[in-house]
Design a protein around this ligand. Structure first.
Ligand SMILES: Cc1cc2nc3c(=O)[nH]c(=O)nc-3n(C[C@H](O)[C@H](O)[C@H](O)COP(=O)(O)OP(=O)(O)OC[C@H]3O[C@@H](n4cnc5c(N)ncnc54)[C@H](O)[C@@H]3O)c2cc1C
Ligand SMILES: NC(=O)c1ccc[n+]([C@@H]2O[C@H](COP(=O)([O-])OP(=O)(O)OC[C@H]3O[C@@H](n4cnc5c(N)ncnc54)[C@H](OP(=O)(O)O)[C@@H]3O)[C@@H](O)[C@H]2O)c1
Length: 257
C-alpha cells in the first residue's frame, strides 16, 4: 500500500444502488478488521491532482450479516462540488476504492447504559445507515422493549431502505416503531417538520405511542450537526442529560460534518 495511504486496504465495488439523483448505496469487498455495528470507516480515492481524498462513512450492514464483515455497505449522498462523494457516486461494479482497515466510533450498543429499555434512534438523511446496522444486531432485537427509528429527510424519495425496515419490523414483532419525517413535501400520514420541534410539541411522542422517561429511555442522535445541536437543546429542556462514560445520561450523538 502507498506510504501516503497508510491504514487503508484495496476494496472492490461489488454492488451499487441508486436511491435518488444524488443518493446511493455501494457495496464493497475489502480485507478490513472486524467492526462493531454503528461504527464507521474511511473511504479514499485519488483526486484529479493526484492527492488522496478520504472521508468517513458509516457501515449500513451488521458485521454479522451472511456475507461477513469484509463485504460492507455504505449509504452516501453526492454532495454537489464535494471533494470525494461525487467520485464515489461515479464508481461502477468492479472499480477500486480504498477502505480504512480499522473502524472507529462510539455510537454502539455497548455504550448504551444497561438501564435503557427504550432506544430512540434519531437520524437525518444518510445517518439512518449506522442505525440500520445496529437494528440488524440480534442483541438489539433481544435487549430493548421498544426501538423507535426516526428518519428525517427533505423529500419522500429519500426515505430509503423501506423494504429492509419492514423486514426488521417483522423480526422485532411490534417492538420496532418506524417514524419517517418529510420536511419539504406534504405527505399524508407522515410527520412534517424537524426533529427538535416535533419532540418539543410532543408529535414525535404521540406518533411513537411511547412516553420517553429518564429511567427507561436512551437516545442516539446522528446526522446534520444543526439537528444534533437543536435536538440536544430540546432533550435538555425535557429533562434528559448528555451521556458520558463517567456520568451516565440519556443521549449521545454523532455529527456527520
Ligand atoms: C463519523 C462520520 C460518519 C459519516 N458517515 C457518512 C455516511 O454514512 N454517508 C454519507 O453520505 N456521509 C457520511 N459522512 C460525511 C462524509 O464523511 C463526507 O463529509 C461527505 O461524503 C462529503 O464529502 P465530500 O468530500 O464530497 O464533500 P466536502 O467537500 O467535504 O463537503 C462537505 C459538506 O458537505 C455536506 N455534507 C457532508 N456530509 C453530508 C451528508 N451525509 N449529508 C448531507 N450533507 C453532507 C456538508 O454541508 C459539509 O459541510 C460521515 C461523516 C462523519 C464525520
Ligand atoms: N435532499 C435533496 O433533495 C438535495 C438536493 C440537492 C442537493 N442536496 C445536497 O445534499 C446535502 C443535504 O442532504 P440531505 O437532504 O440529506 O441533508 P439535510 O440538509 O441535513 O436534510 C435532512 C433533514 O434534516 C433536516 N434539518 C436540517 N437542519 C435541521 C435542524 N437544525 N434541526 C433539525 N432538522 C434539520 C432537514 O429539514 P429542512 O428541510 O427543514 O431543512 C431535512 O428534513 C447538501 O449538501 C445539499 O446541498 C440535497
Amino acid at each position: 500500500m502507498n506510504e501516503d495511504l497508510k491504514g487503508f486496504v484495496k476494496g472492490i465495488v461489488c454492488g451499487f444502488t441508486s436511491w435518488t439523483e444524488n443518493e446511493f448505496s455501494i457495496r464493497v469487498k475489502a480485507d478490513i478488521k472486524p467492526y462493531i455495528a454503528g461504527q464507521f470507516t474511511k473511504l479514499a480515492l485519488k483526486d484529479s491532482n493526484g492527492e488522496w481524498s478520504r472521508r468517513a462513512y458509516s457501515f449500513v450492514n451488521s458485521p454479522n450479516h451472511s456475507k461477513g464483515h469484509q463485504e460492507m455497505e455504505f449509504l452516501i449522498i453526492d454532495v454537489e462540488s464535494g471533494n470525494l462523494s461525487p467520485h464515489l457516486a461515479a464508481l461502477k461494479v468492479g472499480d477500486t476504492v480504498f477502505v480504512g482497515e480499522k473502524a472507529s466510533g462510539f455510537m454502539t450498543l455497548d455504550e448504551i447504559p444497561a438501564r435503557a429499555k427504550d432506544l430512540w434512534l434519531l437520524s437525518t438523511g444518510t445517518a439512518i445507515g449506522p442505525f440500520l446496522s445496529i437494528l440488524s444486531e440480534l442483541e438489539s432485537q433481544k435487549r430493548f422493549e421498544h426501538v423507535i427509528l426516526v428518519h428525517a429527510v427533505r423529500t419522500q424519495q429519500e426515505l430509503v431502505y423501506l423494504d429492509f425496515i419492514k423486514q426488521l419490523q417483522q423480526k422485532y414483532a411490534g417492538r420496532l416503531i418506524y417514524i419517517p419525517i418529510v420536511s419539504r413535501e406534504k405527505i399524508a400520514e407522515t410527520l412534517s417538520g424537524r426533529i427538535p420541534a416535533l419532540l418539543q410539541n410532543k408529535q414525535l411522542i404521540t406518533a411513537a405511542g411511547i412516553n420517553p422517561t429518564q429511567d427507561d429511555s436512551f437516545f442516539y442522535l446522528c446526522g446534520n450537526p444543526d439537528m444534533v445541536h437543536d435536538t440536544r437543546d430540546a432533550l435538555l429542556a425535557l429533562g434528559f442529560e448528555k451521556h458520558l462514560r463517567r456520568s451516565p445520561g440519556h443521549f449521545s450523538s454523532e455529527n456527520y460534518w
